[in-house]
Structure formats: C-alpha cells, structure tokens
Design a protein around this ligand. Sequence first.
Ligand code: C5P
Length: 223
Amino acid sequence: MKMNKIFIACDSTNIQRIKEIIKKSNTSKLKIGYKFGLEFLSSKNGRKFVSKLKNQITFGDYKFSDIPNTCASAIKAIKDLKFNYCTMHISSGLEALKAAKKASARTKLVGVTILTSLDNKALKEIGFNKDVKKLVYQQAKLANKAKLDAIVCSAQEVKIVRKVFKKEIITPGIRFDSKLNDQKRVLTPKQAYKNGSDWLVIGRPITIGNIKNNIQTLINHLN
Ligand code: C5P
C-alpha cells in the first residue's frame, strides 16, 4: 500500500522538544520525514543533533539564497549532515541553482517558490508585478531547467507546477481548520494530496498540543 508522506517541521531550539516530536509522531500509518529549518539549525546544538540522527528521512530547510559560489559552498559545508533533502530559493537565479545542484551530490536539491506566507498583496509590496500563480509557474520552469530534484510550493499551485515539473512536489501551508497562524496560501491535507502533492510539510498543527492525538486526527482526516 502506498503511504501518505509527511515532513514534520521541527521548529524549536529545544533538543528535548525535538526528541519528543520524533518519538510521539512515530506511526506505521504514515511515511514520516523530519524537517529542520532556520530556527533549529541556527540554535546552539541543532547541527550536532542532526549529525547524530540515524535512520530517519531528513530535510535541511536552509532556504539558501545567495550568489552561485556561496550557495554551492554552503551546500558543500553541510555535506557531513547527509540530509536527504535541502532547500534553496529559486529566486536566487538559474546560475545559482545550477551551481548548487552540482554541489548537492546525493542530497536532493529542493527549489522553494514563493513562500506560503505571501499573498498577491504582499508580492505587490515587494515590487513583483506578477501574481502568485504566474510567479510560481515561472519559477517551476526555472527549477526544471536547473534539473532540481523537488519543488516547494503551496498546495494551491500543485497543478500549475506539475505542468512543467515532473519530479517531487512538497507543500507546506497545510491546515485542518481555520487557524492559519502566519500562513496565507493553505489547504487541508486531503485537498493537498488530491491536487497531487507528493509530500506535505506540517508543523504547528501537529507539534502544538498533543502530538499523538494530532497525528491520529490527521490519519482519520485522510481516511
Ligand atoms: O507550522 P507550519 O505548518 O506553518 O510550518 C510550516 C513549515 O514549512 C515551517 O517550518 C516553514 O518554515 C516551512 N515553509 C513554509 N513555506 C514555504 C517553505 C517552507 O511554511 N514556502
């Protein structure tokens, strides 16, 4: 049976908390990977913890965005952590994406499109004159050109991305209810898979409150 795949966002600076998330989210009903982002990886013991983690699918959500040489060098600098996935912003440009892809070796390089916390109004404020859907489509084409291994976008744009990108699509901005926090472009887990997401990224809806119950709620929702 094909299992639903989820990356749990381990967003904390507290090692005990991260251990608790990993322990309590363990289930045979889902394929689970663990995503470590800027908060944990910037914390005092975060890097060391990841370096010792064994037998897990790991995702280094660094969201690198810099000139080609710096992106490639940063990716080489984390090679020892043996992440299965690592992110960079597609807005870094084609040359940086190609350089990073070359450096990433066995780690899958994931291109991040427009953040799920942004909407059309926010894009206009930044100075973009295309809307979210057009920009994400354009960035997906660029990711394809750079031969990236996966894309991060909102679940609302999966069908658009799929037109030009045939590899893995990973979608954050997943919500069971109306509690959006800082996210703008959200969908439920069921809708996200229906649209064709390969992996969902879920943080607070699982990690805040009773983790075991939240995992069970997710499993029930998907059945
Ligand atoms: O708690 P929540 O479910 O909103 O967590 C989403 C996670 O996905 C966070 O760790 C966030 O950094 C990450 N993310 C995102 N939107 C993107 C890329 C990554 O929310 N476009």
